[in-house]
Design a protein around this ligand. Sequence first.
Ligand code: EPZ
Length: 428
Amino acid sequence: MMNTTSYSSDAFLIEGGATLKGRVRVSGAKNASLPIIFSTILTKETCVIEDVPDLLDVKNACELIHLLGAEGDRLNGRVLIDPSGIDRYETPESIVKKMRASVLSMGPLLARFGRARVALPGGCSIGARPIDQHLKFFVSAGAQVLVKDGYVNIEVERKKPAEFEFELVTVTGTENALLYLSGVEGRSILKNIALEPEVIDLVEVLRKMGASIEIEGRTAVVEGSEELKGFHHRVIPDRIEAGTLMVASLLTGGEVELENVLPEHLGAVIGKLEEAGARVERLGADRLRVVKVGELKPLEIITEEYPGFPTDMQAQFMVMLSVTEGRSMIYESIFENRFQHVYELKKMGANIEVRGRSAHIEGVRELTGAEVISTDLRASASLVLAGLVARGTTVIRDIHHLDRGYERLEKKLRELGASVERLPSLVS
Ligand code: EPZ
């Protein structure tokens, strides 16, 4: 039997060793685009969203909005949605299984129709990812919530303002609640909310639609409205893509200049890069350059809710620390199983030991190219970084995970001098 390798999807082939140099534009933020696309359910007026990245998740979100009855189009980063025809309140399992962020349709559908029926999102490779906080919020808002046959059925007789405190900080839980309360007349209070820049970008859109939202600390006071308007909004830059490219520059000893980046969204990441010995030069309001000055230093990193160090940058830093002399430690406090990339990095020669939620890294002189498998979005980004800096050739299988969150990354990296190519799937 010939030993044929059949990829379940495209793969990347990377020749390590290039030094990245040049200028790259960071795309709009995926995790801001998704809730903003779902906010259009709250109005009957046309909405225009600019700088939306061309990603699988965005395509799925637009497909869902269309399935619910909206019209619109998506071209060159501009999404135009006419939601006046939305006449369904059900988000089918076929969509949710492709994109768990579809749960964000719950809040706006409940606000528009007084009911919503959304398939339960399963867990994923990084954790069980329950939505108990989302459902507790809706119950606190007076809704009936029934989970049956893999669907969440929510109904509210009469929409009324709510007061709710999250038991833990949840990004999409906060977004679901803000989306719902913006469509409810009266004064509501949300406590212990998430403050990620993507949440604040959604708040900006909800304010443009006519909701009044005041945030102080982790408390939001929302004055919603039944008559929310259409809006025109440019999505914030993707801070995680920016952070990923900054690590790529540092890892390869290059000098990459990033455009369309907001340093104020990357405080914890820039702080850790500078602690490792990098120089981050601000070249303008939304431009910066990362330069390696001397040998990198080992780090201790704990992932936390924003403004702490982002869990979505953990895998990328692990690659950098794998080839940084000395002992480093990363503690993953947000997700219970977000070290899948460790097993793949070890195939490339990394010296990492996982104990519970902490990964102990002993820097090695270099990584060696190997055939590795992507397991989730940010893990796949870390394997790309590892391939860039490894000696020899790296093949990364199941690269579709990367396509969910990075817009044409191989093109951006090639333009910076990397040797990256996409191998079409061997299985038609
Ligand atoms: C958002 O996921 C992001 N996704 C994730 O990005 C990101 O990693 C995560 O926030 C943390 O920053 C989108 O915005 C679409 P959470 P979300 O609810 O909202 C637990 C990427 O790489 N929890 O803040 O699902 C949960 O299990 C993705 O782009 C509950 O227990 O994350 C986790 O341990 C990956 N009950 C923690 O809270 C709940 O009801 C944080 O989850 C909700 C969450």
